[in-house]
Ligand binder design. Structure first.
Ligand SMILES: Cc1cc2nc3c(=O)[nH]c(=O)nc-3n(C[C@H](O)[C@H](O)[C@H](O)COP(=O)(O)O)c2cc1C
Length: 212
């Protein structure tokens, strides 16, 4: 069988060594990301690389505050506790020497324009946008990055949790690109020893259907 170890060895890493990552390795990973497929090849992504530990730590503080603010709105203690119990999964990027913020812009669809100009009802237009093609393109790019990083011996974590603080994050880093929105981030670094294993997968029989 084909050797797919670089796929099976990938796992989410949330504890990193301080080891710096050479700029050329980061560039190689970004190049791999941009070789992902994208809807109509619109390549609707932009990557912002953070290597400054002070900024990364400040970003974690911002996300913590936003997380606590949301928690304070919980209607009961159970929801509050549940929400607060996952805070480390929203801020663990602070352990990484490099964090890549992944932005996306709208995926433009000619079919949407045509149907909209013909006063198509909202339900018809909703069907067109429901695949969220822009987000799917970002997912493909991020996965390319993660797999390439695994192959190069690095640990990564794909994160969308912290994006609830996207406007505050944007202010902190001072990055703006017309029409682009923060979709996810990737923590990157050399994994510490003995980080948790990849959790088990559902059996294929449960998630696959062959139709003969
Ligand atoms: C779209 C997406 C968003 C995710 N967001 C977070 C996150 O905010 N924080 C986190 O710690 N992990 C996050 N993860 C990682 C998942 O928790 C992880 O992939 C899952 O538990 C399976 O573990 P594995 O990656 O080790 O196989 C995210 C993964 C995906 C695909």
């Amino acid at each position: 069988m084909t050797n797919l170890d670089f796929i099976y060895n990938r796992k989410s890493v949330r504890q990193f060594k301080d080891t710096p990552i050479p700029r050329e390795h980061i560039i190689e990973l970004l190049k791999a990301a941009t070789h992902a497929p994208s809807p109509k090849h619109q390549q609707n992504w932009h990557f912002v690389v953070l290597e400054n530990k002070e900024i990364i730590n400040e970003m974690a503080e911002i996300v913590t505050k936003s997380h606590e603010n949301i928690g304070s709105l919980a209607k009961d203690e159970k929801d509050f506790k549940r929400h607060m119990s996952v805070i480390s999964y929203y801020t663990c990027f602070k352990e990484a020497p490099v964090v890549v913020l992944v932005y996306s812009c709208e995926y433009k669809m000619i079919e949407y324009k045509i149907l909209e100009q013909n006063n198509a009802p909202k339900e018809v237009l909703d069907v067109l946008v429901s695949p969220q093609s822009a987000a799917q393109g970002i997912g493909a790019a991020v996965e390319n990055f993660l797999l390439a990083a695994t192959k190069m011996g690095y640990g990564t974590c794909y994160m969308t949790g912290p994006t609830h603080a996207k406007s505050e994050i944007e202010k902190l880093i001072g990055f703006e690109k017309e029409g682009y929105e923060l979709m996810s981030m990737i923590s990157l670094g050399v994994a510490q020893e003995d980080t948790p294993a990849q959790p088990p997968r559902r059996p294929l029989e449960e998630v696959v259907t062959f139709i003969d």
